[in-house]
Design a protein around this ligand. Sequence first.
Ligand code: CTP
Ligand code: CA
Length: 222
Amino acid sequence: MKMLDGGRPLAGRRIIVTAGPTAEPIDPVRVLTNRSSGRQGYAIADALARLGAEVTLVSGPTALDAPSGVRRVSVETAQEMLEAVRAALPAEAAVCVAAVSDWRPDEVFGIKLKKGKDGPPTLRLVENPDILAELSAAGPGRPRLVVGFAAETNDVELHARAKLARKGCDWIIANDVSEPGVMGGSDNAVMIITRDHVERWERAPKDEVAGRIAARIAEALG
Ligand code: CTP
Ligand code: CA
């Protein structure tokens, strides 16, 4: 019934989007985090919702409002993000845009650390769960389309290909964050890498890139 779609080809499709940084507590006032405005992930969630998708946006701390028609679940840490993603399954597609902290302090201090005669504290880090890799793992609950992002600074395609293979996802959308104005800025220049195909897109505003990604996802889900 394409006629009734009204330009909403993703009507009724559940899609998970992760966005923003995660923040891993050190003590009650300090965190370990990544640079990420959340803008690209929010723009993708918005674009998918405009095409009719039922979007769950699992977001780390950002300064952004939830796009209209999107269900936002706010989290702080990578472990909370993973739990929220699991709770949002099943879904037909998942788009992992979050800048997840690769590590967290192995111990969270219950009271504020103070400067003092002992000098700076030594933090021991442990690795966080890989949300994209878990979503990509084969199994009955796997979304049909799992998309990862890769922010790289050199030999973008090579690193992105390696990431696609390592994570087991279906597409990697790679961007060169050494390009001036991309990190925290309003533009993005991306490359879409699938197992048998690479495409380079012209630099464009993040919401335009998001619109193209959403349209491509709608095409892939059919
Ligand atoms: N990702 C994730 N969970 C993690 C780390 C990364 O879901 N713990 C996702 C990101 O959301 C992104 C993709 O994996 O979609 C690639 O993230 P990136 O940091 O580039 O990859 P890593 O495997 O962490 O490799 P690197 O050592 O380059 O940081
Ligand atoms: Ca990483």
